[in-house]
Design a protein around this ligand. Structure first.
Ligand code: SF4
Length: 263
């Protein structure tokens, strides 16, 4: 095994800035083969990724965590993507229902510390359970969303999953993203058109007013200090050592160290 850090990826990230999302998908497919999946929470960007995978008929599973307390519209969006795009969405679930968790631990999401534990149990742990199956995950974070995502790299180290995140939409501008949605009439969660710029669990998501930032509706009851759930490594910068362990030959290929391998 070999250690891979965020710093090791800086040259590659620089050279990837001009690549399109589809070129990045092809690169990831070639590099990681069947140890590649995508990650989606069925929000707009995740639906764009699903559309792209469907367009190129990429046989890449899309991991979706059903926390058990999602909006019905979110589940219906997942089902429409499967039916109309033919994508393979793998639904992951927490070990306990929300009722079982509440009976055991109380209503966690009503406090800042409890929210962290709840998000860990209901969002992060289901992913950790399958982490060993993958070396890379295609993500849909965009710099244009601002906040902690304003500087998200295309290739990002994910220490919790011990894998590489390939943020294929990172450098898309707001206009490019909007154009893609409209030109392709991408299926999206109807709640986006009902005042929800971002959508998570029904317990912790509200609509936002036009004058508010897009993420104001996430964990509104906890105040502005809790606008990210921790499922994306770039949202919790500094919380984990930014390195992962992958097979030596894979690290060599990712970094282009093999002379007979074309990136
Ligand atoms: S968003 Fe709220 S309900 Fe969902 S896992 Fe996090 S704390 Fe729990």
């Amino acid at each position: 095994m070999a250690r891979l850090t965020q710093a090791d990826l800086s040259d590659l990230n620089e050279s990837f800035e001009e690549r399109t999302p589809l070129e990045l998908i092809h690169w990831a497919q070639e590099m990681f083969g069947t140890r590649l999946a995508a990650l989606s929470s069925m929000q707009r960007a995740g639906c764009v990724v699903a559309h792209m995978l469907s367009e190129i008929k990429a046989d890449i599973p899309i991991l979706f965590v059903d926390t058990g307390v999602l909006f019905q519209e979110t589940l219906e969006t997942r089902d429409r993507l499967v039916q109309e795009y033919g994508v393979n969405i793998v639904t992951l679930e927490p070990a306990k229902t929300m009722q079982e968790q509440t009976e055991e631990l109380g209503v966690l999401y009503l406090s800042v510390e409890g929210q962290e534990q709840c998000c860990d149990l209901r969002k992060t742990q289901p992913l950790i359970q399958v982490a060993e199956q993958y070396d890379a995950l295609i993500g849909s974070l965009r710099r244009a969303d601002g906040g902690q995502r304003a500087n998200v790299p295309i290739l990002a180290i994910d220490p919790a999953m011990n894998c590489l995140r390939v943020n294929i939409l990172a450098s898309l501008s707001k206009e490019e993203f909007q154009n893609y949605l409209e030109e392709n009439q991408v299926i999206t969660n109807p709640l986006h058109r009902q005042g929800y710029p971002t959508i998570g669990c029904n317990r912790c998501t509200t609509p936002v007013m036009e004058s508010e930032p897009g993420r104001a509706g996430r964990w509104r009851h906890l105040g502005p200090w809790s606008q990210y759930c921790g499922i994306n490594p770039t949202d919790v910068a500094g919380k984990h050592a930014p390195s992962i362990e992958l097979p030596q030959d894979l690290v060599d290929r990712v970094l282009g160290r093999e002379t007979d391998f074309m990136i």
